[in-house]
Design a protein around this ligand. Structure first.
Ligand code: F6R
Length: 608
């Protein structure tokens, strides 16, 4: 979603604000803007599209000022035009906003009836209009901010500056995250600690309902009733994560190649590589006793959860209820309070996942968070946190976070199996040995399949539709392959359970339809091969992703066969993620799309 930064300092801020926005650009990139105060007047530069357009504007028309707020936008209300780009100005009040003001329509009607003239199509403008109205009514700046906060509903992270006070930024949080950075004679504000990492590592996170008055020397925090509150100051490790693309063309490519190391790092937190055991799982959730597990997440994280369901049910005999978070939160699922719930989220801020978490919490379930951002809201609201330790994922399409989520879920499922007595000590050792081999196998696969994937991607980039098929854990992987391809190459793709083919999608098969079949030589292999026969009989072009045993066993003619090493079922989903990620990546590169920042998407989705 949108990214927010603010600086109240002693040196010019515009350049530093834009640098901080660059580290937030993954949150949205359809327009950007910056506002400062110069000689008692609010001034701003805004530009449609990517941040470099704003940089160009600022190079042509630099902006002075030692206080400022800035924003990178992912449009919700109103087209991504310059007029709708933040900051919004109304009568000496400037506002940037991440989230959605849900009652904006009623407020707009009320303000319009009172004589206000709106100049944008955004929901955000009501915030600036309301504060301006309360100032006209005679309220002081702080009182006007508080009065506005009592009127707006929905999700927001807000930063506000006033033309008549060049030494204060006001900020508020209800939903999307907001971090205050403490400097020496300067203070900072940002949507996350990474944005602020070059400025300071001393961070205070606002809690939902908090609002802040930030001056050069410190911050005063209040709750929604206007009472002073204190929040802890933490030392952030984000500075260690100031990353670049290295020798790679895109962050996504770099992140795909980081997976062996990232998985090794993640696994070492959960398994003892010498004893070949899973380390004791967080005691807050007693996997030995829970009667069932609920899992909820969005997008790629949901698909990791779906693979996790297969593992928890198979290895721990633990029934799993799983749904995408946007459905889970409203389904009114009857939940057993003795159960536990897992929420999977790279960002730890996804609005629907957080709402599902709160629903489960209200129903008395123990909550576990499988997250990449330990300081995130989802982590903070959970009883047990299971970090995936993937490091920052900048490419909008998730890659290493997905496989690290899988690695953590695999370790948890094996640990739960041991705790429940559904797998023996010897079986645990065997499974952990397989997990331990994974980084080495991933590194070798990344080296060997590159060329064949590139050739295949050239062909795929000419297609309009692609079908992915798989069974067992390869079924969620088929959906993940399709999701990855469509989000960065914009080619229409669908992932199906191979057995579902004949119940509908088979009607799509003709000589123009590539069908990517993910089929390691496992328990389901013969059945998947039968489904491939059905595709071949109708002239479909089969791209077969299998292992050495599978390639030897299948006599079918394929367009291409990508052969991976024979691996145990528990690590197959991570290993088979590599060809599907690379296939999407190279296809997108051939098509010339913006791989790291695909159109219409944003990372960290903090609205419903
Ligand atoms: C796809 C992708 C998204 C996210 C989804 C959930 O490549 O990245 O589908 O997985 O938006 O985000 P998190 O994991 O931050 O909750």
């Amino acid at each position: 979603m949108c990214g927010i930064v603010g600086i109240v300092g002693t040196q010019p801020v515009a350049g530093r604000l834009v640098d901080a926005l660059k580290r937030l650009e993954y949150r949205g990139y359809d327009s950007a803007g910056v506002a400062t105060i110069v000689d008692g007047r609010l001034v701003r530069r805004r530009a449609e599209g990517k941040l470099f357009n704003l940089e160009k504007r600022l190079a042509e028309e630099p902006l002075a000022g030692t206080i400022g707020i800035a924003h990178t936008r992912w449009a919700t209300h109103g087209a991504p035009t310059e007029a709708n780009a933040h900051p919004h100005f109304v009568e000496g009040v400037a506002v940037v906003h991440n989230g959605i003001i849900e009652n904006f329509s009623d407020l707009k009607d009320e303000l319009t009836a009172g004589g206000a003239t709106f100049t944008t199509q955004t929901d955000t403008e009501v915030v600036a209009q309301l504060v301006a109205k309360y100032r006209r009514d005679g309220l002081g700046r702080r009182e006007a901010m508080h009065a506005m906060l009592r009127r707006v509903t929905g999700a927001y992270a807000l930063a506000v500056i006033f033309q008549d006070d060049p030494s204060t930024i006001m900020a508020a949080r209800s939903g999307p995250p907001l971090a205050i950075g403490h400097g020496r004679g300067e203070m900072f504000l940002g949507s996350d600690a990474i944005a602020l990492a070059p400025f300071t590592n001393e961070i205070t996170y606002l809690v939902d309902g908090d609002w802040a008055v930030i001056g050069r020397d410190g911050v005063f925090l209040f709750d929604i009733d206007g009472n002073r509150v204190e929040r802890p100051r933490q030392i952030s490790s984000a500075a260690a994560y100031l990353v670049d693309k290295g020798n790679h063309r895109h962050f996504m490519e770099k992140e795909i190649h980081e997976q062996p190391e990232a998985i090794s790092h993640a696994l070492s937190h959960y398994v003892d590589f010498l004893a070949h055991t899973v380390r004791p799982i967080a005691e807050e959730i007693d996997f030995a006793k829970v009667p069932s597990l609920a899992i909820s997440a969005c997008g790629t994280a949901y698909l990791a959860g779906l693979v996790g369901k297969y593992w928890f049910e198979r290895y721990a005999r633990l029934p799993v209820e799983i749904d995408v978070a946007s459905e889970f939160r409203y389904r009114e699922i009857p939940l057993n309070p003795a159960s536990a719930a897992l929420f999977i989220s790279q960002s730890g801020e996804t609005a629907d996942t957080l709402a599902s978490l709160r629903y489960c919490k209200e129903n008395g379930l123990k909550i576990g968070a499988v997250v990449n951002t330990k300081e995130s809201t989802i982590a903070r609201e959970s009883d047990a946190v299971f970090p995936i330790l993937a490091g920052p994922e900048i490419g909008v399409a998730s890659t290493k976070a997905f496989t690290c989520q899988l690695a953590v879920l695999a370790a948890l499922a094996v640990g739960a199996g041991r705790a429940r007595g559904t797998i023996s000590e010897a079986e645990e050792k065997t499974l952990v040995r397989h997990l331990a081999e994974m980084p080495r196998i991933m590194a070798s696969v990344l080296n060997t399949i590159q060329q064949s994937i590139e050739q295949l991607s050239r062909d795929l980039s000419k297609c309009k539709d692609v079908l992915y098929l798989g069974r067992g854990t390869s079924y969620p992987l088929a959906m993940e392959g399709a999701l990855k391809l469509k989000e960065i190459s914009y080619i229409h793709a669908e992932g199906y359970a191979a057995g579902e083919l004949k119940h509908g999608p088979i009607a799509l098969i003709d000589e123009n339809m590539p069908v990517i079949v993910i089929a390691p030589h496992d328990r389901f292999f013969e059945k998947t091969v039968s489904n491939m026969q059905e595709v071949a009989a109708r002239g479909g072009r089969i791209i077969f992703i299998t292992d050495e045993k599978g390639a030897a066993a299948s006599k079918l003619e394929t367009m291409v066969t990508i052969v991976l090493p024979n691996v145990d079922e528990i690590i197959a989903p991570m290993i088979y993620s590599l060809p599907i990620q690379l296939l999407a990546y190279h296809t997108a590169v051939f098509m010339g799309t913006d791989v790291d920042q695909p159109r219409n998407l944003a990372k960290s989705v903090t609205v419903e």
